[in-house]
Design a protein around this ligand. Structure first.
Ligand code: NG6
Ligand code: CA
Length: 513
């Protein structure tokens, strides 16, 4: 147990808990807590771009449920993930500490050990220690078990999400394109099949297991365009090697249904007490393999967006049916910007049909340009937030931690969430105060203010060299862009405005300390 776990000052409920002991407090909780504290649900999409939703201007994609959610609350036009890829973005968001401060927080393998170490005070701890039931469902991608590559997937994992404040978890270890291709429920492989013991390696193949690179004929569901040519599961090549799994192996077409059903079960089970649910979808990450009922309308990438929208609709309907919608705060966003070809031959590029996943921004997932980290963000809480609000405030996901703590009056242990600021009023649409600056991580570092964007010089290539057709934003000299100009990040003004470059470098220097 974490040393702070029993700190009693967190909320009135928590103090009662400390005084009366757990058995008594359970009774007290259900009797005296008539859902005053809001439920909180994060709906965290994967690789969903700023331009991917109808309410953000998408033309060839229908997202009625997300549109409705946006209408019911605040839609942010200037919201940012902390990084242009998943692992660092999620790390920062769940810990309130920039991932770039911590080694080993780059895109994680499926057999990475726990990247957020158990002693870290996480966002789930904040809720849990204030009397919430906490759950994580969907994509994880932050490592499991104590040590990379040392997990025994056939036994309960020694360290998992229970050590990070989550009472319940039903997760994919990493991404759908990485082994192991099984769900893990509370630290154990779900539907474990004892007849097919699981082995995982990111080093060497298992003798006798066919690989995508040698057996294209076995890739009956989807072929790769780059990478993803190792283990074959469900007729799709993956990153990493895997053996076994049997009945526990997921079917990609059922992932959205499966996580949605588990989320609804969670909501149903804990409907009588405040809960926090971190619901991280696999959509719209590769391999995009939506269920056939979403197929054939827009090409798989668009179909995956439609599937995501359906998922959102299901969660909202489940809340509605149980009378929970009014007092549930939903935050919907994405972990990083969009990418079109991310390693599978899914025709996403040909089928874009004028659709611009990153909206008006330059760059994509992986980029230092805004397309890497500018994301949709919607906050809805019918009981407290009037609908139909648009907020142009500059905001960053790094602040969810301290803002959520403020929402539920939780005190944070000293040293926790060092980079997170309480900007609750902005997130709730009560004011439109810009964050003075935000930091964005890619293969280099960037600073955004309301008006300017600075990209730190970097020696790396201008385009990604290993597959995706993506501009990295790298340049050997400083870049400075005026974000008031609609042609975003086209004209480098660093030479014209050395004083602003200096100011931006100073921000970075200060934050780094
Ligand atoms: C890349 C993968 C890409 C995706 C990404 C992580 C290859 C060739 N490409 O290395 O498909 O998985 O990592 O995406 O392996 S993220 O959204 O989880 O950060
Ligand atoms: Ca991602």
């Amino acid at each position: 147990m974490k040393q702070y776990a029993l700190l009693a000052f967190l909320s009135p409920i928590a103090s009662l808990l400390a005084v009366t002991g757990p058995a008594q407090s359970e009774k007290l909780k259900t009797k005296t807590n008539p859902q005053k504290q809001p439920n909180v649900i994060f709906i965290y999409a994967d690789d969903l771009g700023y331009g991917d939703l109808e309410c953000y201007g998408a033309k060839n994609v229908q997202t009625p449920h997300v549109n409705q959610l946006a209408k019911s609350g605040v839609q942010f036009t200037n919201a940012h993930a902390t990084a242009a890829t998943s692992t660092p973005s999620r790390y920062s968001m769940l810990t309130g500490k920039y991932a770039w401060r911590v080694p080993g927080t780059g895109v994680a393998a499926g057999n990475a050990g726990m990247i957020i170490r158990p002693e870290t005070y996480t966002l789930a701890d904040v809720f849990k220690n204030s009397g919430y039931i906490t759950g994580a469902i969907g994509k994880w991608h932050l490592g499991l078990g104590d040590k990379s590559g040392m997990q025994d997937w056939n036994a309960p994992l020694p360290t998992a999400l229970g050590d990070l404040g989550f009472d319940y978890s039903y997760i994919m270890a990493a991404t759908a394109d990485r082994v192991p291709c099984v769900f893990i429920e509370n630290g154990k492989v779900a539907n474990y099949d004892p007849s097919a013991p699981i082995e995982v390696s990111y080093q060497k193949p298992f003798p006798g297991e066919p690989l995508g690179k040698d057996h294209p004929e076995l890739l009956y569901n989807m072929k790769h365009s780059h990478g993803h040519d190792m283990a074959i599961v469900n007729g799709i090549g993956r990153i990493g090697y895997m053996k076994g799994g049997g009945k526990a192996l997921w079917k990609d077409e059922n992932i959205a249904d499966s996580i949605t059903a588990h989320a609804i079960d969670f909501i149903d089970k804990y409907k009588n007490q405040p809960f926090f649910l971190y619901f991280a979808t696999n959509d719209v990450h590769v391999p995009r393999f939506p269920h056939e009922r979403f197929r054939g309308k827009m090409g798989v990438r668009g179909d995956a967006i439609a599937q995501f929208d359906w998922t959102v609709g299901q969660i909202i309907a489940a809340l509605d049916e149980r009378g929970l919608r009014e007092n549930t705060l939903i935050i919907l966003s994405s972990d990083n910007g969009p990418v079109v070809d991310d390693g599978y031959d899914d025709h996403a590029e040909e089928l874009l049909n004028g659709h611009s996943p990153a909206g008006p921004f330059r760059g994509n997932k992986y980029s230092a340009f805004e397309g890497g980290t500018a994301v949709p963000a919607i906050v809805s809480w019918p009981k407290e937030i009037p609908g139909s609000q648009i907020s142009d405030a500059l905001v960053s996901q790094i602040d969810w931690f301290a803002s959520m703590a403020a929402l539920i009056n939780a005190k944070l242990p000293k040293g926790s969430a060092p980079d997170s600021q309480n900007r609750l009023n902005t997130w709730l649409g009560k004011d439109q105060t810009d964050r003075p600056w935000i930091i964005e991580e890619s293969s280099t570092m960037s600073v955004r203010t309301k008006n300017w964007k600075y990209i730190e010089p970097n020696d790396g290539p201008a385009m990604i060299t290993w597959g995706p057709k993506v501009e990295t934003g790298n340049l050997k000299t400083p870049q400075l862009y005026d974000m008031r100009v609609r042609e975003y990040e086209k004209e480098n003004l660093a030479d014209q405005h050395p004083e602003i470059v200096y100011e931006m470098q100073n921000i970075l220097r200060r934050v780094r300390k």
